[in-house]
Design a binder for this molecule. Structure first.
Ligand code: MTE
Ligand code: MO
Length: 249
């Protein structure tokens, strides 16, 4: 007589089967959406978060609001850069400031604020959420990153776009986010030039990720095929302090 299958065994077998199916599904999703330099740096959890978000929200846009929704108070995270270089540019109203655009590009560029303001612009009223628990809605105006990338001509093999700031912070986004129509190099906030504390003269606005990815006080943007070339080799200084590289929302 064959032994009746116990309830426990049924449950365990079911759970293992479901687990295996789940893993197989996850592997399929991950296979289709592997974050740049996934080889171990970011670990399985972040890889799964990135992969499932990419699968679910590919090409989706952050919600946009109306002027009536703009927050009366816009909190700030981080003090303005405390170095002489920044103070000098601030005092000169950023007249000599340039955004260096280099790396895997056909035509490296050095762009003034006037150059950037002369490019096609986009304005968007979006929500910025900080991982510390506060958020606000503001209007941001700037040049789509994709326009600047086309302007300099991205070379084959590019995998991510890194930015570097006056306060030595740096970060990077993948090409999908870099080409997203809401990903901006923003020079104005609520219709006025970017206030100092909000990142003058130029900041990223990546509304589909948490606030920490929208780096302020930019000096350089660089296209690369590996995060190992960026800063400490992990693509973002935040990883030194326990932040995830991908902050998708
Ligand atoms: N260069 C630089 N960019 C930065 C920061 C910073 O300290 N330095 N703080 C980040 C964090 S954690 C958030 S939430 C947003 C805050 O933007 P805000 O100060 O305009 O509200 O900027 C991000 N960009
Ligand atoms: Mo933040």
């Amino acid at each position: 007589m064959s032994e009746p299958i116990s309830r426990r065994k049924l449950i365990t077998t079911g759970a293992v089967a479901a687990g295996a199916a789940g893993l197989a599904a996850a592997a399929m999703i991950v296979g289709a959406h592997i974050p740049p330099d996934h080889r171990g740096i970011y670990g399985i959890e972040e890889t799964l978060t990135y992969a499932s978000q990419r699968a679910l929200t590919a090409h989706s846009e952050a919600r946009e609001f109306t002027r009536a929704d703009i927050s009366a108070v816009a909190p700030v995270n981080g003090e303005p850069p405390a170095n002489d270089d920044y103070r000098r540019h601030l005092a000169a109203d950023f007249a000599d400031w340039r955004l260096i655009v280099d790396g895997l590009v056909e035509r490296p560029a050095s762009l003034s604020l006037a150059d950037l303001r002369g490019f096609p612009s986009r304005s968007q009223i979006t929500h910025q959420a900080c991982e510390e628990g506060w958020s606000f809605i503001a209007e941001w105006t700037g040049v789509p990153i994709s326009y600047v990338l086309d302007h300099v001509g991205v070379r084959p093999g590019a995998k991510c776009v890194a930015v570097f700031a006056f306060d030595k912070k740096y970060d990077s986004i993948d090409m999908e986010d870099a080409h997203h129509r809401q990903s901006l190099l923003a020079y104005a906030m609520n219709g006025a030039p970017l206030p100092t504390r909000h990142g003058a003269p130029l900041r990223l606005k990546i509304p589909r990720q948490l606030g920490f990815k929208s780096k302020k006080y930019l000096v350089r943007m660089s296209v690369t095929d590996t995060m190992k070339d960026i800063g400490n080799g992990q693509g973002a200084n935040g990883l030194d302090h326990g932040y995830a590289w991908y902050g998708g929302i």
